[in-house]
Design a protein around this ligand. Structure first.
Ligand code: SF4
Ligand code: SF4
Length: 85
């Protein structure tokens, strides 16, 4: 079965409040420390989310709808972007 693909352009998950993680019914998103902040992670914890479990995506579009930064693109198996109202 062809899979959906989930891409994230840029994200400040702390500022956003991890909305996509909250919204995704299939647990696709994982929060990880932002690379440039890793060395001082303890002093300034900043995170981004990555679509670590994209294989479980069913294309519902909830993450696209809730992301205030417009950072998420979900591509259907044919390559078309999932649109939400
Ligand atoms: S489209 Fe739906 S299932 Fe796929 S990552 Fe977004 S919220 Fe999760
Ligand atoms: S909803 Fe958007 S800004 Fe918020 S954590 Fe997810 S990708 Fe990042």
């Amino acid at each position: 079965m062809a899979a959906y693909r989930v891409k994230i352009r840029d994200c400040d998950a702390v500022a956003c409040g991890y909305r996509c993680q909250e919204a995704c019914p299939h647990g696709v998103f994982l929060a990880v420390p932002r690379t440039r902040n890793r060395a001082r992670h303890a002093a300034e914890p900043r995170y981004r989310v990555v679509p670590r479990f994209a294989a479980f995506c069913d294309g519902c579009g909830e993450c696209v709808r809730v992301c205030a930064a417009d950072a998420i693109t979900v591509l259907a198996p044919g390559g078309a972007a999932v649109r939400v109202p």
